[in-house]
Design a protein around this ligand. Structure first.
Ligand code: FMN
Length: 234
């Protein structure tokens, strides 16, 4: 969660039983850094670092997590208009997963073809493959559901060689995930699907697991730094 999920926050919540901790989202190139500056100006939280400091910052953040939790995979959620800045993250030893953000919907990112508008790029598959082919880390692609033809775009992501498909299964108008969509994706794809959206109870974890997902992620329910339910059993 931009402006929230830094190492200090993640070190506090990892003990609830998480086996992957995602830093960010961070902006890696001039256009995305400029866009994040505009987002900050209108009062929304963002992680905003100049290009010459961002890679060192991510490396330091990843180390602070690994120092305390060496059994947890560290992932970083990033935006960039081109693959090269994402590929550079491969140099960061303490990172395990690089997550390409095809998810955010702030207009400043959409205007430059980033966030969920990545899903409409004609070269989405080439963009992801370029990253996959040039890094030794695992690659995750995070999408927002119900924006484009999900199964078609997820097949492109799978064919590009990504290791994980992270799906914010947002269902417009309700505070619940689109379980039917997750079931459709899981039964038609071989790539591991990580389900996300609105998990705030053990019952919802069970509902999401029943769709066939390989894992789930939680954001808003941990913002307070507390969790009112137990995830270590799942
Ligand atoms: C304040 C805030 C900032 C967020 N920033 C990001 C981000 O930078 N990158 C991203 O992929 N998702 C971001 N998200 C989305 C969450 O990671 C998650 O996909 C979404 O909130 C749905 O999951 P939840 O119902 O468990 O919160 C953000 C969410 C919130 C509430």
């Amino acid at each position: 969660m931009a402006g929230i999920t830094d190492a200090a926050f993640l070190n506090k919540v990892i003990p609830f039983g998480f086996d992957v901790a995602t830093l960010g989202g961070f902006n890696l190139d001039e256009p995305t850094i400029e866009a994040s500056g505009k987002i900050l100006e209108r009062g929304r939280k963002e992680f905003h670092f100049p290009k010459n400091l961002i890679f060192t910052h991510i490396a330091n953040e990843a180390s602070s997590i690994k120092d305390k939790n060496d059994d947890v995979k560290v992932s970083v959620n990033v935006r960039s208009t081109t693959p090269n800045p994402i590929i550079r993250l491969d140099e960061i030893e303490d990172l395990d997963i690089i997550e390409i953000n095809c998810h955010c919907r702030q207009p400043e990112f959409l205007e430059i073809g980033c966030g969920q508008n990545m899903l409409q790029r004609n070269d989405l598959g080439e963009f992801i493959s370029e990253v996959v082919d040039n890094v030794s880390k695992e690659v995750s692609v995070k999408i927002r559901a119900n924006v484009v033809d999900d199964l078609a775009v997820c097949r492109i992501i799978q064919d590009s060689g990504a290791d994980y498909l992270h799906v914010d299964a947002m269902k417009p108008g309700v505070f619940d995930a689109d379980y039917e969509l997750l079931t459709r994706l899981c039964s038609n794809l071989d790539i591991p699907v990580i389900g996300n959206n609105s998990i705030d109870s053990e019952e919802k974890i069970i509902k999401m697991l029943n769709t066939g997902i390989s894992g789930f992620s939680i954001a808003r329910a941990v913002i307070s730094g507390k969790l009112d339910f137990n995830i270590s059993d799942f």
